[in-house]
Design a protein around this ligand. Structure first.
Ligand code: ATP
Length: 297
């Protein structure tokens, strides 16, 4: 942590909690300009306040996140059509689950529609790849969370050669059209790609192997994916370049520090909810009359 991050006398921040130096929206991907191989997964862009202050800020967001989620839910119950969808992509151990637990977990689980997308089942395979995703979209009033998503169709499917190039290459445009339709129907889409380094992933996998209580999380196939690291980087680069759109931009988040990626996602989720300018639905009954009726009971 640098001197400035603690809030020094000369910058007039003594005693005040650290703040963002640049807002996390700067992590938004610029297709054609940004280069994934130049990204430092251990960096914490825009935040020099360190871990403890980051964790404190996430906790401090809980009240507002929870309030806005309840307003969204109330709106959905009152005929509104809006919802929010958080899409989490990232290689194994990149911290997708931790974000669900520590950030999405700050709001009432009754208002969250969470879905993990693993290897498609036989039933899912019988349909197009967007079928299972469409079925999992958040209903009005809900915050949807995708742990992996339809984007796997140009990631694992491409890297593992599960479809020939002429097939997977058609999916970028399909994904953009799909997401444009989802956005047009009232869903604010927040897409987050968590980027860890090879070394950090190795350490996280080693920890899983060392701890019997983490063995259930370990999948030998994770090593196979690791062996194709560079192919994944290339696939991610194309994914980001080709599916970062105005209505559904990607945010590329350095994820070697879990406390940083969690802070970023909490800010992005908060931004998405704030942008909806959510009020409380008006009562569709006569409040005074109901008070009188209640008093008479
Ligand atoms: P995670 O690795 O995300 O923590 P997990 O280890 O619990 O999750 P699952 O959620 O069961 O595993 O499945 C994730 C796996 O499913 C990943 O290896 C991913 O590449 C694979 N997968 C996801 N979508 C597809 C797809 N469309 N086709 C093939 N494999 C897919």
């Amino acid at each position: 942590m640098g001197k400035r991050s603690k809030g020094s006398d000369d910058d007039g921040r003594e005693g005040r909690p650290p703040e963002w130096t640049t807002h996390p929206t700067t992590l938004r991907w610029s297709p054609g300009d940004d280069d994934l191989t130049a990204l430092d997964p251990s960096a914490t862009p825009g935040w020099d306040g360190g871990k403890a202050a980051a964790t404190d800020l996430v906790a401090a967001h809980a009240g507002e996140l929870s309030d806005l989620q309840e307003r969204l839910f109330a709106e959905g119950r009152s005929g509104g059509s809006r919802s929010v969808l958080l899409v989490l992509q990232g290689l194994d151990t990149s911290g997708k689950g931790g974000i669900v637990r520590h950030v999405v977990g700050l709001v009432d689980p009754q208002g969250v529609m969470h879905r993990s997308f693993g290897v498609p089942t036989a039933e899912e395979k019988a349909h197009g790849y967007l079928w299972r995703v469409r079925n999992a979209l958040p209903r009005p009033g809900y915050i949807g969370v995708f742990d992996r998503s339809h984007h796997e169709q140009v990631l694992v499917v491409r890297v593992d050669g599960l479809e020939p190039p002429e097939e997977w290459a058609t999916h970028y445009d399909e994904i953009n059209a799909f997401e444009a339709a989802v956005a047009a129907s009232g869903t604010t889409i927040v897409k987050v790609a968590l980027m860890i380094s090879r070394d950090e992933q190795k350490e996280r996998l080693a920890k899983r192997l060392d701890r019997p209580d983490k063995h259930w999380k370990y999948d030998p196939a994770d090593i196979d994916a690791r062996l194709r690291w560079d192919d994944y980087v290339a696939a991610y680069q194309d994914l980001l370049d080709r599916t970062s759109t105005v209505v559904a931009p990607w945010h590329v988040v350095p994820a070697d520090h879990k406390w940083y990626s969690r802070l970023v996602v909490s800010e992005l989720l908060l931004d998405a909810l704030r942008s909806l300018d959510l009020g409380w639905p008006l009562a569709d009954f006569d409040v005074e009359a109901e008070k009188r009726r209640l008093a008479a009971t």
